[in-house]
Write a protein that binds this ligand. Structure first.
Ligand code: AHM
Ligand code: MG
Length: 366
C-alpha cells in the first residue's frame, strides 16, 4: 500500500511558505513509506497454488479479522471484564477462561462467514464443528485451532497466542464434512500459522513456500509484512522446558538438560534457559534467536501435554518451513496420523542441530 497525499490540495497552496515547505517535506517522506498488507501479500502469492481460485486467500483474510477482534479484547484486558474463569470446563478438563471462550466464538463466526470453511476442530469444543448452511457446506477447507493458547498467562499480561492449521477437505464439496477430513496428518496442511499477542501483535504463517511474519499496525488496523522469508538459526543457545517436571522426565531428556548446562566454550554452553509457558511465545522467540522447545512425555502425562492437531502440527510446519525440525522423539510430528481431535504428543522443536542433539540423547536414529 502506498500512502498518497494530495499535494494539489488548494489548502496547501494557500499556506504560508514555511508551512507549505513542511507539508511538502512530509509528503516526500510519506511517498517513500510503502508496505505490503497481509491481503496484498496473499493475493500476490495466489499463483503459488496452481488450482487456487482465491478461496484460501479469502479464508486467511477472514481469519485475520477474527485475530484483530481478539487482539482488541486482549489489549483491553483489565479494563473491561474479560479476565478470569468462564465457569466452564473444556474437553481436556481445564477451566475455560472468558477470553478462551471469546476467542473461540470470534474465530468460529469469522470462518463460518467466509463460506470457505466446511468445518473445524478447536481446543474448546469436544466434537468437530460442522457448518452446513448452503454457502459453508461448499467450503473447500478444514480449520483446526487453539483459539487462545497459553491460558494460564492471560490474567497476568504475559504473551498468549492463537495457533491454526488449514487442510483441504477430502470429502466432496457440498456434502457434510466427515471424520477423515479432520484427522489428516500434518504433511497435508495447506497453510498453518500463529498470532502472538505480545509487545506487538504478529501473525506468522506459511503456505508451504517459506514463512512470513506480519505485524499489526494499530494505527491503520492492518497486518503489514514485517518479517519476510523467516529462517531459524541452524543452532542456538536457548532451551525451553518446564524444569519443574525434571524428576518425571525420560532419562534422555534429563541428560540433555545436563548437557545444556555444561561449560563448553566451543559450543557456547552453558545455554540459557528460557520458559514462558505459552507455546507460541516460547516458539516465536526461539524461531528468531535459535533454540529448542521441549514438552516431553512425563510419568504423569505419558503422551505429553500438547495437542497434535491444533498445537504441534501447525508449529511443526512453520519450524520445518523455516529450516528447523519437529519430532515427538520417535517420529517426525508432521507424519503422525491423528486418531482423535484432542490427541496429545511429546514435542521437541526448534533449531535443527539442537533437535538432532536431543534425539541423540533419546538414543534415536531418525
Ligand atoms: P493451553 O492450551 O491450555 O493454554 O495449554 C498449552 C500450554 C502451552 O502454551 C505451553 O507450552 C504449555 O501449556 C505450558 O504447560 P506447563 O504449564 O505445564 O509448562
Ligand atoms: Mg493451547
Amino acid at each position: 500500500m502506498l500512502v498518497s497525499y494530495n499535494i494539489r490540495n488548494p489548502y496547501i497552496y494557500s499556506c504560508k511558505a514555511r508551512t507549505k515547505k513542511r507539508i511538502i517535506n512530509n509528503y516526500n517522506r510519506m511517498k517513500s513509506y510503502s508496505f505490503t498488507t497481509l491481503n496484498e501479500f496473499i493475493v500476490a502469492r495466489q499463483k503459488e497454488f496452481p488450482y487456487a481460485k482465491g478461496e484460501l486467500s479469502s479464508l486467511l483474510h477472514h481469519m485475520s479479522i477474527a485475530a484483530k477482534m481478539v487482539n482488541k479484547k486482549v489489549n483491553k484486558a483489565g479494563l473491561v471484564d474479560v479476565l478470569g474463569e468462564s465457569g466452564d470446563v473444556n474437553v481436556q478438563g481445564e477451566d475455560q477462561k472468558i477470553l478462551d471462550v471469546f476467542a473461540d466464538e470470534q474465530f468460529i463466526a469469522a470462518l463460518k462467514a467466509s463460506g470457505e470453511c466446511c468445518g473445524l476442530v478447536t481446543e474448546e469444543n469436544k466434537e468437530q464443528v460442522v457448518f452446513y448452511d448452503e454457502m459453508a457446506r461448499d467450503g473447500k477447507y478444514i480449520f483446526c485451532m487453539d483459539p487462545l493458547d497459553g491460558s494460564s498467562n492471560i490474567d497476568v499480561n504475559v504473551s498468549i497466542g492463537t495457533i491454526f492449521s488449514i487442510y483441504r477437505r477430502l470429502s466432496d464439496r457440498g456434502s457434510k464434512a466427515v471424520m477423515d477430513d479432520f484427522l489428516q496428518p500434518g504433511t497435508e496442511q495447506v497453510a498453518a500459522g500463529y498470532i502472538i499477542y505480545g509487545s506487538s501483535t504478529v501473525l506468522v504463517f506459511t503456505t508451504g513456500h517459506g514463512v512470513n511474519g506480519f505485524t499489526l499496525d494499530p494505527s491503520i488496523g492492518e497486518f503489514c509484512l514485517s518479517h519476510s522469508n523467516i529462517k531459524t538459526p541452524e543452532n542456538g543457545t536457548l532451551y525451553s522446558i518446564n524444569e519443574g517436571n525434571y524428576l518425571r522426565f525420560p532419562d534422555g531428556v534429563k541428560q540433555y538438560i545436563k548437557y545444556c548446562q555444561v561449560m563448553d566454550e566451543k559450543s557456547n554452553r552453558p545455554y540459557s534457559s528460557r520458559y514462558i509457558g505459552s507455546l507460541v511465545a516460547d516458539f516465536h522467540r526461539n524461531l528468531f534467536k535459535g533454540g529448542i522447545f521441549i514438552y516431553p512425555e512425563t510419568e504423569k502425562d505419558p503422551h505429553g501435554k500438547l495437542r497434535l492437531v491444533y498445537e504441534c502440527n501447525p508449529i511443526a510446519y512453520i519450524a520445518e518451513q523455516a529450516g528447523g525440525k519437529a519430532t515427538n522423539g520417535k517420529q517426525r510430528i508432521l507424519e503422525i496420523k491423528p486418531d482423535s481431535f484432542h490427541q496429545r504428543t511429546p514435542f521437541y522443536t526448534g533449531s535443527r542441530m539442537m533437535v538432532k542433539k536431543v534425539e541423540e540423547f533419546l538414543d534415536l536414529k531418525l
